[in-house]
Design a protein around this ligand. Structure first.
Ligand code: B12
Ligand code: SF4
Length: 500
């Protein structure tokens, strides 16, 4: 999925400048290739954004560009927390939300007057968070989204016939900020604890425009509401979802909502009716002591099962996220977690290890306690590696638990078991569930390239066959029903295969 900030800042760029977007995930390039590209396009200013895990790569690209004489500015959560680390690699940093500072940076750069540090402030120098009431119109109609098409090249022409030549997962925000202040999270510090919302009209208008674009391109668009807690103000969320339904702006969507807010039946009904398909839930741990330690006691593990059942009843499934290596974790935590997950409706569990991101309360605590083993872990980035020693486990033990969880959850046997739980669900759900499972496996086990995918498909051939056969049986049943209905009505017999 592409990052929202690129599209947002593009829309906030003052007139008279052209913006070219390049996403390192969608189009991997070496530093030399980036420099060559920037030179060949005559680009005058490069803006780089990165999360902590990508920052070392971002610094390398910035260094290469500056060595070639191209000015670079940086923004995003990491450089906001550590501007002094970033400044030797760039000409300027944007601290915090850059909606209003980006136009200033562009103008200053155009006049050769770039300053070192840009902060979102009011005319009196006080910190000012952007007001989402005046949200820019991202021109989705005209943005070139080719680099973000999720349909593999070799399947595009075949799937085009079924309206699936393109599939884009588009990030949209409806609000910013989260007051919960979980110990490991950068969000409360970065966006603040006061929440700001866009108007319903502006979100609905964006969805309608995306829907029109998908139709025009013979493709599909799904959206990811990137709000940290999409239902943080339930009344507002319900009102937004009702507006989406009233305007027929429904698109399949994914959002992040904490479990405590999903107890409201009306909310879950509206999620389903407005197109909600997947909900990301930060469950983190099934141990209340761990949850208390990281200031997340509002999560109640005893409620998880009921919450997931409530979603599954409406064919909404959960991406459940767990953290291992918390201070009360002991060896065996992965199996203890999986044994509960196996009783829940099938979802997409993801597992990580607790990571101290800079400027989080967790980082400060571990630093004080002298427990950081890799205090600048981002400069020596390695996926799924601990950067501190937990209290009741060793670092290698945590790594083993994480590996155990991924291996078991996404094994062909377990995928088959998960799919058998939704054997009666409509065909599109089964297909999307299976595709999502196979893709999610790749978060831990890199599966880049045709051969890797071929192996995954072969390993899971039994379940693939089962799902395709089920869908075919359903389809044949549906055709038979259509024929029977038309015949009963005395009409001409026309079979209308509608869903596959
Ligand atoms: C959507 C999202 C995801 C999505 C998709 C990521 C994507 N492609 O967009 C998914 C679910 C896949 C994801 C995964 C992860 N995520 Co995430 N994610 C987010 C989330 C919720 C929203 C991002 C967003 O669009 N925000 C809204 C935009 C407008 O804000 P923004 O990106 O910060 O941009 C503003 C400013 O930062 C600035 N800016 C940003 N870039 C630039 C560049 C320039 C040049 C300038 C001038 C300004 C600028 O201007 C923008 C406008 O104000 C954020 C939390 C959050 N609310 O931001 C976490 C967040 C970014 N994720 C985070 C993390 C840790 C992860 C994971 C590592 C989690 C994990 N353990 O696996 C993975 C890593 C994935 C990967 N391999 O890349 C952390 C990052 C912390 C950090 N210090 O790096 C965040 C902040 C959440 C948190 N709990 O702390 N994530
Ligand atoms: S609820 Fe989510 S976004 Fe809010 S502080 Fe906790 S982890 Fe961060």
């Amino acid at each position: 999925m592409p990052h929202l900030w690129m599209f947002l800042l593009q829309a906030r760029t003052p007139p008279g400048h052209e913006v070219v977007l390049l996403d390192g995930n969608a189009k991997p390039m070496t530093d030399e290739e980036i420099v060559q590209f920037v030179k060949s396009e005559n680009i005058d200013l490069v803006g780089i954004g990165a999360m902590t895990r990508m920052i070392a790569r971002a610094y390398r690209a910035a260094d290469a560009l500056r060595a070639a004489g191209v000015p670079v500015v940086m923004g995003g959560p990491h450089v906001t927390e550590l501007p002094d680390e970033a400044l030797p690699h760039c000409d300027a940093v944007a601290l915090g939300e850059a909606d209003d500072t980006w136009p200033r940076m562009v103008n200053d750069a155009a006049h050769g007057q770039l300053k070192k540090v840009y902060k979102p402030t009011d005319p009196f120098g006080q910190e000012k968070k952007p007001d989402l009431g005046e949200y820019p119109k991202i021109p989705w109609e005209s943005i070139d989204l080719n680099q973000f098409n999720q349909i593999p090249k070799m399947l595009r022409s075949t799937l085009k016939r079924y309206g699936f030549g393109q599939f884009h997962l588009i990030p949209i925000e409806s609000g910013r900020g989260c007051p919960y202040g979980c110990e490991f999270c950068t969000v409360t510090g970065f966006f603040g604890d006061s929440i700001r919302f866009r108007s319903n009209e502006s979100v609905v208008d964006e969805m309608l425009r995306l829907k029109a674009r998908a139709k025009e391109n013979d493709g599909k668009v799904a959206i990811f509401f990137v709000d940290d807690n999409f239902a943080i103000n339930i009344k507002r969320t319900k009102s937004l979802l009702k507006s989406i339904i009233a305007a027929k702006a429904q698109l399949a969507w994914v959002g992040q909502i904490s479990a405590n807010l999903l107890k409201d039946e009306e909310l879950v009904d509206l999620i389903a009716e407005s197109g909600g398909k997947w909900v990301f839930i930060g469950m983190e741990s099934l141990d209340p002591v761990n949850l208390k330690d990281v200031n997340k006691s509002f999560n109640k593990p005893a409620d998880y099962h009921a919450v997931l059942d409530r979603l599954a009843k409406r064919n909404i499934y959960a991406i459940t996220s767990f953290i291992f290596g918390l201070d009360n974790d002991t060896p065996g935590v992965a199996e203890r977690t999986l044994s509960q997950i196996r009783d829940w409706p099938p979802g997409l569990p993801v597992f990580g290890q607790i990571t101290p991101f800079p400027s989080t309360p967790l980082y400060t605590r571990l630093e004080k306690e002298g427990r950081l083993t890799r205090p600048t872990h981002w400069l020596d980035f390695a996926p799924f590696r601990m950067a501190h020693t937990p209290l009741k486990m060793t670092v290698p033990e945590v790594h083993t638990e994480v590996q155990y969880a991924w291996t078991n959850t996404y094994s062909p046997q377990n995928t088959k078991r998960a799919m058998s739980k939704i054997v009666d669900a409509p065909a599109p759900y089964k297909i999307s569930h299976l595709v999502a499972r196979l893709c999610f496996r790749g978060i831990y086990f890199p599966q880049k390239g045709k051969m890797a995918w071929f192996k995954v498909l072969i390993e899971n051939r039994a379940v693939l066959y089962r799902v395709i056969a089920d869908c075919f049986t359903n389809w044949r049943g549906k055709v038979a029903d259509d024929v029977r209905l038309d015949f009963d009505a005395g009409a001409r017999v026309v079979a209308k295969p509608t869903v596959i």
